[in-house]
Design a protein around this ligand. Structure first.
Ligand SMILES: Nc1ncnc2c1ncn2[C@@H]1O[C@H](COP(=O)(O)OP(=O)(O)OP(=O)(O)O)[C@@H](O)[C@H]1O
Length: 406
C-alpha cells in the first residue's frame, strides 16, 4: 500500500531523513516512534506529497506521490497533522465536511452524501455534540478530534496521523487509536506518529523506530521496544515490562544515573592520592579510599572531605580484615583510581571493574608502566582526572567471574 524506498530529505544543512525504507500494508496500523526531531513529521509530510524527497521515492498503491494530482492523492491519503490550528471560524460540521473536497468539483455544493459522511465521522469521533459550534469555540483536544473526523470523512485508503493523541484525555486517546484500528480492519492502512511508546505497543501491529533521521528498528512492538533500542534512540535508561492488563510492552523511562552518583575507590597514598581524593570529592563522586596509614596526606584529605577510609597503623603490616574490606570496596566500586606505585595497590587494582591510573603528575612517575588486563584510562594530570573517570564510567564495566579469595 504505502512504499517508502531509500528516502532521503534535507532542509539546507539539516539531513532530516537518510535512506529510509518502510512499507505499510493494507490491514496494518504501523506506529512511528522516536525522539523529538527524529524525522517522523518529515516522513509523513513526504508520504502525503507536501515535501519533496531529495532522494528515493514514495508510492501509494504503486503510484509515485509526486506524480499524482493533489486531488487524486487526497482521495488516497488523508492526514491528521500535529498542528491543528485552523484559520477560519467555520462551524465544526463544515470543517468535517471539508474532507469531501477531493470528491467535489470546485463549484459543487455539499451533497447529501457528503453530509452523511460528515455525520458518520463526527459520531465516530464523538464531536457531533458540538457540530454547530465554531471551531474557535472548542477545546484543543476537541479540535484534534474534529480534524480526525475530517480525515475520516475524506474516506481515504491510507491515514497518516501525526501525534493524534497528544492533547487528548486518556479516554479519547484510546478511542482515537481504536478508531484507527477499525479503519485498518476495513482493509485500509494507517501510519501513526506517536510519542507514548506503551500506547503505540498496545494499538499498533508493527512499530518503526527512527532517530536522527535514520530507521533504527522495525518490526513487532516487542522487538522494536527492546530496552537497548529505546535507550539508544532516546539517550535514556528504560525498563520494558509486560503491561499487567494488556500484556503488551510497557515502557518506563528512568533518568540516566548521574555519573556523580557513582562510587569511586581511590587506591594509593601520598600527595597524588590526596589531590585525587580532593578533586573527585569536589566533583561530587561518592568516594572510598585506603588502605591508608595514619599520618598519610591522603588520609588527611579523606577526613577533610568526610570520606569512608580503610586505615592501618603506620609501619605495621595491613591486617587481614583491612585487606578484605578494601578488596570488597575495590570490587564493588563503579570505578577505581590507582594513584600510587605501591605493589599491594597494583594487585588490588586487578579486582577493579573499571580502572583509571594516574600515571604521572608533573613528570613524576606515579603508578609506573605496569600492564594490566583491565581496560584502563590513564591520566597524567589531576586536572584531567574527573573527565577521565567520567569517560571510563561511560564504558561497560568488566565482569568479575570469581569472588576475591583473600
Ligand atoms: N522546514 C524545515 N526547515 C529546516 N529544518 C527542518 C524543517 N522541518 C523540520 N526540520 C528539521 O528536521 C528534523 C526532523 O524534524 P521532524 O519535524 O520531522 O521531527 P519529528 O520526529 O516529527 O519531531 P517531533 O517528535 O518533535 O514532532 C529536525 O531536526 C527539524 O529541526
Amino acid at each position: 500500500m504505502i512504499d517508502v524506498e531509500e528516502l532521503s530529505i534535507a532542509f539546507g544543512d539539516v539531513q532530516a531523513l537518510s535512506d529510509v525504507n518502510l512499507t505499510v500494508e493494507r490491514g496494518e496500523l504501523v506506529g512511528l516512534v522516536g525522539p523529538n526531531g527524529a524525522g517522523k513529521s518529515t516522513l509523513l509530510g513526504t508520504i502525503n506529497g507536501l515535501l519533496e524527497p531529495t532522494a528515493g521515492r514514495v508510492t501509494v498503491d504503486g503510484d509515485d506521490v509526486t506524480e499524482l494530482s493533489a486531488r487524486a492523492l487526497a482521495r488516497q491519503v488523508a492526514t491528521v497533522p500535529q498542528e491543528t490550528s485552523l484559520s477560519f471560524a467555520f462551524p465544526v460540521r463544515d470543517v468535517v465536511a471539508m474532507g469531501r473536497t477531493p470528491y467535489r468539483s470546485r463549484f459543487e455544493r455539499v451533497s447529501r452524501t457528503d453530509r452523511e459522511h460528515a455525520d458518520r465521522a463526527m459520531k465516530r469521533t464523538d464531536v457531533a455534540r458540538f457540530a454547530d459550534r465554531s471551531i474557535d469555540a472548542v477545546s484543543g483536544g476537541e479540535r484534534q478530534r474534529v480534524v480526525v473526523a475530517r480525515a475520516l470523512c475524506q474516506d481515504p485508503d491510507a491515514l497518516l496521523l501525526d501525534e493524534p493523541t497528544a492533547s487528548l484525555d486518556i479516554d479519547h486517546q484510546v478511542r482515537i487509536l481504536s478508531l484507527a484500528r477499525e479503519f485498518v480492519a476495513e482493509g485500509r492502512a494507517a501510519l501513526c506518529a506517536i510519542h507514548d511508546l506503551s500506547l503505540a505497543a498496545r494499538f499498533c501491529d508493527r512499530l518503526v523506530l527512527v532517530a536522527d533521521g535514520q530507521l533504527l528498528a522495525a518490526g513487532t512492538p516487542e522487538s522494536v521496544l527492546a530496552e537497548e533500542h529505546v535507550e539508544h534512540a532516546f539517550g535514556t535508561e528504560a525498563t520494558v515490562t509486560s503491561h499487567p492488563v494488556t500484556g503488551t510492552p510497557d515502557v518506563t523511562v528512568t533518568e540516566r544515573q548521574s555519573d556523580r552518583d557513582a562510587h569511586v575507590h581511590v587506591l594509593g597514598g601520598g600527595h597524588t592520592a590526596a589531590r585525587a581524593i580532593a578533586a573527585l570529592a569536589t566533583a561530587g563522586f561518592s568516594i572510598s579510599a585506603g588502605v591508608l596509614p595514619d599520618g598519610d596526606r591522603a588520609l588527611d584529605a579523606a577526613r577533610a572531605h568526610d570520606i569512608e577510609t580503610v586505615t592501618a597503623a603506620p609501619f605495621a603490616p595491613v591486617s587481614r580484615a583491612a585487606r578484605q574490606e578494601v578488596t570488597e570496596s575495590v570490587r564493588t566500586a563503579d570505578c577505581v583510581v590507582l594513584a600510587g606505585t605501591d605493589e599491594t595497590n597494583h594487585a588490588l587494582a586487578e579486582h577493579a571493574r573499571r580502572l583509571v591510573v594516574v600515571r604521572e603528575v608533573a613528570g613524576e612517575a606515579i603508578a609506573g608502566e605496569r600492564t594490566t588486563d583491565i581496560e584502563t584510562a590513564r591520566v597524567t594530570d589531576i586536572g584531567e582526572l574527573v573527565a577521565g573517570v567520567e569517560a571510563r564510567l561511560d564504558g561497560e564495566p568488566r565482569r568479575l567471574e570469581t569472588p576475591a579469595d583473600d
